[in-house]
Every structure is written in C-alpha cells, then in structure tokens.
Design a protein around this ligand. Structure first.
Ligand code: F6P
Length: 324
C-alpha cells in the first residue's frame, strides 16, 4: 500500500475530524501517502481530492463536523458512478480507502470492494450507535452528553411551570440514544422503537407519577419509536386523555450532531484510525474497525452491515426502577 484515501460519508458526527487526523498521521508515521476525498462518494466520483500530510490535520481534533465535508451520494448507487469513482482513484494513484461513516456508507464500500477488488476499511462514525461490531460509534458519546445537557435545561423550565415535555431525540430506527439520555437525564418515560408498550400505559404511568408527587415530567421519544404518533400527536393524545399536565414539545434536531467531540470520542477516533491504516499494512481489507471490551478489533464488513444492533435490555429495567 503506497497511498491511502480517506473520506467521511453519510450523516456527520463529532469525532470524524479526529478520525481523519488519525488516519493522516498514521499514514505519515508509516511513510504512506494520504489524500483526503471531499464529500464522500460524491467527491470520489468527481475526483475532488486533496493531498494531506501530518500538518494538514493540525487543530482539528477538537472540532465537530468534518473538514472533508460529507454527503449521501446517489451517483455512487449506480454502476457507472462507481466505475467513475474507481477511475478517479486509480488516476490519483490511491490503492486503499478508509471510509468513515455509517452502515449506508459501509454498504457502498463493500460493493466497491467486490466490484473492483479495491482494499477498503471502515471506521464507524454516526451518533446513532446502530452498527454491529462496535459498542460505540464515533460521535455517540458526544451526542449523549450534548443531549443530556439540553434535557437538563428543559427540565428547569418544565419544573418551573409544572409542565410535561415530550423531547424527541435522533437515533434513526434504534433506541440507543433515547434509552441512555432518558436514564442520564432522569426522564419519567422513554419511548423507543424496540419496545412499544402502548399509549394507554403511557398515560397511566404519567398519571401515577403525578399522583406520587411529581409536578413536571420529561418523556424522551426516539425518532423511530413505534407508537404510530409523532411527538406533536403524542402531545394531543395526552392532553385529550389527561388534564393533569400542561404539555410542550421539543424536537432537538440536528444540534445533536454538532459540537466538540468528547474526550472519549477523540481517543476512540485516534485508536480506530491507527488500526485502520495498520490493518491495511497487514494485508487486510473489507473490515470495519470497532471497539469491543475496550479492545480495537475488526469485524468483516458484511457482518457489520447485515447485523441488527441491539439495545441493552438491562437499561430498560434500570430505567423502570429509576422512575419509581
Ligand atoms: O444517522 C444520523 C442521523 O442524524 C439520524 O439520527 C437521523 O435520522 C438522520 O441522520 C437525519 O438525516 P439528515 O441529516 O439527512 O436529515
């Protein structure tokens, strides 16, 4: 391997810059050339590349977002798009590719590897933590901290007005974020896609907590929850079925993806970048690097992509006990 290309793809997440930095510096350490690919697979198709050295990544470990920009490319889903991308890499002399992104990006990387036998390695970067083969994706820890801080603030105003708040958080179709921030911020109820206990139970539980002396309540709702109602419809439903609370809604949105990465994400990104580059040097390809029992390990791409990430059932029980 003489020249590695690195890109960020899909939804951005805090820690992506730290991962770019790690890949670039690991290349420099091992005397391998490195280029950055702008805007993920789309920039690859367009040959939008930049030569990077150890100094090109100074001052970015603490920055949210991604200096290489990110995109979800439609063109790369077509055979012609991938052929063009391959041509551009060959033209630039790139012989291995590190993709920092989520499962959609890994799918693209896997197809690319199959079609052109091109060495690829994935670094999981998404706030959703929805990837098999790693207990933590880059940006997840930071997002949890950002969200907990915001919910604490919402609680201040909720309790001043004796209000009930529905707070919608991201996570696509898994409940990792909701479950963890729900416990971390002391939510009264947490609605996640993996467990739909029904709306009657929600109302009943809110009534119970009111009776037990609680004046305000926070209900954390995962964006992919299975109640069949969005947060605004949930508000209407609760208001129609109980008069005990004045209800408000807060959809946290994309602020959850921003901000300086936590120390955990910076260290994780640094470790993952080193592992990705050094795995290429060991002749490996078509893997995702991940964290398992505090060890950075490899998972074959197809397993990482096909598997369904599971929530920790212990957390559901803990949450139930905490809301007594
Ligand atoms: O995958 C990260 C994520 O932020 C999800 O939590 C969310 O469902 C989605 O991306 C939002 O995508 P977009 O940035 O395209 O609106």
């Amino acid at each position: 391997i003489k020249k590695i290309g690195v890109m960020t793809s899909g939804g951005d997440s805090p820690g992506m810059n730290a991962a770019i930095r790690s890949v670039v510096r690991s290349c420099a350490y091992h005397d391998i050339e490195c280029i950055g690919i702008y805007r993920g697979f789309q920039g690859m198709i367009e040959g939008d590349f930049i030569t990077m050295n150890a100094r090109s990544v100074k001052g970015i470990i603490n920055k949210g977002g991604t200096i290489l920009k990110s995109a979800r490319s439609k063109g790369f889903r077509t055979k012609e798009g991938r052929e063009e991308a391959h041509k551009q890499l060959i033209k630039a002399g790139v012989d291995a590719l590190v993709v920092i992104g989520g499962d959609g990006s890994f799918n693209g990387a896997m197809v690319f590897n199959k079609e052109f036998n091109f060495p690829v390695m994935g670094i999981p970067g998404t706030i959703d933590n929805d990837i098999v083969g790693t207990t933590h994706t880059l940006g997840y820890d930071t997002a949890l901290n950002t969200i907990v801080e915001v919910i604490d603030k919402i609680r201040d105003t909720a309790s001043s007005h004796n209000r009930l708040f529905f707070v919608e958080v991201m996570g696509r179709d898994v409940g990792h974020i909701a479950l963890n921030v729900g416990i971390g911020a002391g939510a009264e109820e947490i609605l996640i896609p993996e467990e739909d206990l029904g709306l009657d139970r929600l109302v009943e539980s809110l009534r119970r907590s009111k009776k037990s002396g609680k004046s305000s309540s926070i209900v954390v709702v995962a964006e992919g929850d299975k109640t069949g109602k969005n947060v605004f419809e949930l508000k209407d439903y609760v208001e129609a079925n109980m008069t005990e609370y004045e209800v408000r809604v807060s959809v946290l949105g994309h602020m959850q993806r921003g901000g300086a990465p936590s120390c955990f994400d910076r260290v994780l990104a640094s470790r993952m970048g080193v592992k990705a580059v050094e795995s290429f040097l060991e002749g490996k390809s078509n893997y995702m690097v991940g964290l398992k029992n505090d060890i950075i390990d490899l998972t074959p791409f197809d397993q990482a992509v096909k598997g369904k990430s599971k929530i920790n059932m212990e957390l559901i029980r803990v949450s139930d006990i905490m809301t007594t």
